[in-house]
Design a protein around this ligand. Structure first.
Ligand code: URA
Length: 226
């Protein structure tokens, strides 16, 4: 693509405003584009790389500690998240906080929480492959800036969106996967646990308890130094 063509994929965000924003997912966002999360966040609020930019109330980027050793990646914002601009604040988020707290991980101090997609898909449908691809540079930039030791991939969309593995979550949850210098662990999405409340041995909740304990043990082994 020539540089003129590339620029034509950007628009001025408002008349008279100097800053160019991406309006097309074909425009690359190379690693190193953002100096910090504030810049990235500001950019995302104006993003229209995919159709989800037309229906969102807020782009939802992250909550928690940008210096944390653990990053949690979910799927996409739901209604509560779209309204508040913060990820995982609804019922699934409250359950996620409890899961983390069960192994003494504080939701504000010990983790950085974000999503594969920053904008809510209408009706909470699963984001399409195009929407995931359009948002991926923002996720990769967050991973570069936060530089976590461990990434928890909550649900199949997070697994697909980060490491590109299309296997079902039931197959790969609880296994450590090396990816770009990070240790990734696929885990069930908290919404799935809300739909499967049994705590019996072998149930999704029971398996999550095994997985989060394995995460705690790994963190203790490698050291929780920010
Ligand atoms: N589900 C997600 O995957 N992410 C959120 O932020 C909320 C619910």
């Amino acid at each position: 693509m020539s540089s003129n063509n590339q620029l034509s994929l950007f628009e001025y965000s408002q008349p008279g405003q100097k800053e160019l924003i991406p309006t097309n997912s074909k425009i690359p966002i190379p690693p190193g584009t953002y100096e910090n999360l504030t810049e990235l966040k500001k950019h995302c609020q104006q993003c229209h790389r995919c159709e989800l930019g037309n229906t969102r109330q807020n782009a939802v980027i992250f909550r928690g500690n940008p210096a944390a050793s653990i990053m949690v990646v979910g799927e996409a914002p739901g209604q509560n998240e779209d309204e508040t601009g913060l990820p995982f604040v609804g019922r699934a988020g409250q359950l996620l906080d409890k899961i983390l707290a069960s192994v003494q991980l504080d939701r504000e101090k010990d983790v950085y929480i974000c999503n594969v997609n920053n904008c809510r898909p209408p009706g909470n449908r699963t984001p399409t492959s195009e929407e995931i691809a359009a948002c991926k540079p923002y996720l990769l930039e967050q991973i570069r800036l936060v530089d976590p030791k461990i990434i928890l991939l909550a649900g199949a969309t997070a697994v697909k969106g980060v490491i590109g593995d299309k296997r079902g979550i039931t197959k790969i949850r609880g296994t450590w996967i090396q990816w770009e210098g990070c240790l990734c662990m696929p885990i069930f999405h908290p919404s799935y646990l809300l739909r499967n409340p049994s705590r019996e041995r072998g149930s999704p909740k029971w398996l999550m308890w095994q997985d989060i304990q394995a995460v705690r043990a790994k963190l203790d082994l490698i050291g929780n130094h920010n």
